[in-house]
Write a protein that binds this ligand. Structure first.
Ligand code: CIZ
Ligand code: SF4
Length: 301
C-alpha cells in the first residue's frame, strides 16, 4: 500500500470503528501528521480519559498504552508494536519496589509515568515530566521515594529544596547519554540560541540549560519565545512539531544520541494493521488497574 493509501485507509477504519489515534511527541513525523492528537504523556492520558471513542490506538511505547488503559478502562486500547518498550520503565520491577519500600518504611512513593502498571499499583502517586515539580511541592511529606529516574529525581530535588528526594537509580538510555560538553559546543556554534532540555538529561546538562521541561513544555516555550534559534535537548521526534509550528525559527538537536529506538519502532503500516485487526489489545489485571488508577488520579483532571 502507498503512504496515501495507508492514510486514507486509516481514515476509513477510524470512522468505521469509532477510534482515535493518540501519538507521543517522539513518534515519527508521518504518524504525528495522521494522529488525532499528538502530545506528552500527561496530555495523552487526559485525552484518553475524556474521549467518546470506543477504541484508542496509542502510538508510543508500552507504558504509555498501559497508562492510557488505566485512564480509560472501558475502552479498547491498542498498541501497534508490542515490543516498543521503554528502557527506563524496565529498570524497576514490582518486587524491587516492594523491597525499596521496606528499606524506607512510611515514606510515600512517587512514580514517574515511565513505569509499569504493577509499579504504579505499588506507588502512592504518579507524575509526568510536566507536573512532577508541582506535585512534589504539594505533597505533605518532607521525604519522598522517587522511581525510576535518577535524573528526574535530582531535577525535582533542585526545584523543591525543602523536600528530600530518595531516588531509584534508573535512567533513560537516550537522554542520559547527552554530555555537558555538547551543550558548550552547541552554544559556541550557535551563539544566541536558547538551550531547552528534558529533565531526563543528567544534572550537568540540565544546569547548563536555559529552560527545562517536558516535550510539550519545550514546544510551548519555543512557540512563545521571541528568540529565533533553539538547541533542543530531548528526543529528536520533537523537532517535527517545533519546525512545523515555527517555520520562522531554527532548531538544532543538542546531540546525535537523542534518538529512542523504541519510539521509532512504529511505522504507518503498524498503525493500519493495529486498527484493521484490532491488535495488540492492552489488558491489565483488575486489581492492578484499580490500584494504579488511584495512584494516577491527579493526572486525569
Ligand atoms: O512525562 C512525559 O511527558 C514524558 C515521558 C516525556 C515527555 O513528553 O516529556
Ligand atoms: Fe523511555 Fe527514554 Fe525512550 Fe522515553 S526516550 S521511551 S524514557 S527510553
Amino acid at each position: 500500500m502507498t503512504e496515501q493509501g495507508l492514510i486514507e485507509g486509516l481514515k476509513k477504519l477510524r470512522e468505521e470503528k469509532n477510534a482515535i489515534i493518540l501519538a507521543h511527541n517522539y513518534q515519527i513525523p508521518e504518524i504525528q501528521d495522521v494522529a488525532d492528537f499528538v502530545g506528552d504523556s500527561l496530555e495523552l492520558v487526559q485525552q484518553a480519559a475524556k474521549t467518546d471513542a470506543a477504541v484508542i490506538v496509542l502510538s508510543g511505547v508500552y507504558y504509555m498504552a498501559e497508562s492510557v488503559k488505566i485512564a480509560a478502562p472501558a475502552k479498547k486500547v491498542l498498541l501497534p508494536v508490542l515490543d516498543a518498550g521503554c528502557t527506563m520503565a524496565n529498570m524497576i520491577q514490582q518486587e524491587q519496589l516492594r523491597v525499596f519500600r521496606m528499606e524506607y518504611p512510611d515514606i510515600p512513593i512517587l512514580c514517574y509515568i515511565n513505569s509499569s502498571a504493577e509499579v504504579k499499583a505499588e506507588s502512592d502517586l504518579c507524575c509526568t515530566a510536566s507536573n512532577a515539580v508541582s506535585l512534589v511541592r504539594g505533597m505533605k511529606a518532607d521525604k519522598i521515594l522517587f522511581v525510576p529516574d535518577q535524573n528526574m529525581g535530582s531535577y525535582i530535588a533542585t526545584q523543591a529544596p525543602d523536600k528530600e528526594i530518595i531516588s531509584w537509580d534508573g535512567f533513560c538510555m537516550t537522554h542520559h547519554m547527552v554530555r555537558p560538553a555538547e551543550v558548550d559546543a552547541n552554544r559556541s556554534r550557535h551563539p544566541g540560541a536558547l538551550v531547552l532540555v528534558h529533565p531526563e538529561c543528567t544534572a550537568a546538562v540540565v544546569e547548563r540549560a536555559d529552560f527545562v521541561g517536558s516535550t510539550t513544555e519545550i514546544i510551548n516555550y519555543a512557540r512563545q519565545s521571541e528568540k529565533k534559534e533553539f538547541i533542543v535537548g530531548t528526543e529528536m521526534g520533537v523537532l517535527h512539531r517545533l519546525r512545523k509550528e515555527n517555520p520562522d525559527k531554527k532548531f538544532y538537536l543538542l546531540s546525535p544520541v537523542l534518538t529512542c529506538f523504541n519510539m521509532k519502532k512504529t511505522a504507518l503500516t503498524d498503525l493500519y494493521w493495529a486498527l484493521e485487526k484490532e491488535q495488540h489489545e492492552i489488558k491489565i489485571h483488575e486489581d492492578i488497574l484499580e490500584k494504579a488508577r488511584l495512584c494516577m488520579e491527579k493526572l486525569f483532571v
